[in-house]
Ligand binder design. Sequence first.
Ligand SMILES: [Zn+2]
Length: 419
Amino acid sequence: MTLLLQNVVDLDGRRVDVRIEGPRVAAVAAVLPPGPGDDVLDLTGSLLLPAPAEPHAHLDKALTSHRVPNRTGDLAGAIEAIRLVAAGFTHEDLVDRATRAASEYLANGTTAIRTHADVGVHAGTRHLRALLQVRDALAGLVHVQVVALVSAPFSAAEAEAAPRLLAEAIDLGADVVGGAPHLWADRDAGQALSFDAALRAGLPLDLHTDETLDPSAQGLLDLARRVTATGFDRGTTASHCVSLGVHPLDVARETARAVARAGIGVVALPQTNLFLQGRDVAVAPPRGLTAVRALLDAGATVGAGGDNLRDPFNPMGRADACEAASLLVTAGHLSTRDAWLAVSAGARRCMGLPVPAVAEGAVAEFVAIAAESLDAAVAGAGTSRVVVSGDRVLATTQVHRSVLPAAPGVPLPGAVSRS
Ligand SMILES: [Zn+2]
């Protein structure tokens, strides 16, 4: 069977029909007459967008904000809270929450998720093992990558355990090596531990980088130099990069050029940054976003995602790339199109995945959203959607809304029911 999507509007505003065969787009034309093998779906009124990917999730922590408060509201408070509650995470609890969160992402159109898993004395490799099980269980539905996020050590015992636990996590089957060097007392040692482990294992690297408004944090530039000096070519992603956003513009631009040369993908995470950063600034607090414009202008790959989902690091979140894209427009001042490309094409490049497009031969990962414009699609929270992965429809959401007429029999303009 092939899947024929009729009457969609693509990102460039073209109204087309799209035939999908296996994992790829087989044909695109103004009109494609249905063939005998076509499963036909009329999507009149919908935009067909490259499906988003979530390049930076924490499925092991997801859906726990009601269990433990973040007392200070900042990153330190979130880490303290999660370490308190993590002791009570059973394997079943981890698998259950991660699966429910992944299902939310998928229903909203996200067909690939890179999730970090805490690896440290507070978690051992328990979180990682649970997320590997979820990864394997969801194969064929959601492409899940698991990052071994080795915790920054807050004691001598934790420092001693970190290399051993990271090696164990890699042996268990982690897809990517992670870390958070900006939280280490010795930031260079933190970066070197994860980098050297990725180099030895031949795995991609994805580091929480400079998740701080401290302008002295230069972990991103250090990482770019390390990648360039060693020729590391397994794929490097730097997430957050908050301090880049408070560096003087010429410094930020120079770092952005080094990042582009090194081929590092930067993942912006507006919602969690807006929540956690700038808590100590009473008036006009900084937004805490990385310098997305400087990075794009330098030709660097920029992805974006939602990060934490209703946990002590971020009590909000809809598991919806529209939310991250919307925040990139509002708080990051990107165009809606650039914002959507960040949560879709950019996010997938950061994960080492091919980029979908409404073009013959491209991979067919799409979300169709019922909306009259890209602005309406991204701004809309409860929109009707169809999630397409290859020639299969993986999820549908239908929205039905009714509004009382202004007078009997006289519907309010624009207030028609729609499903
Ligand atoms: Zn994170």
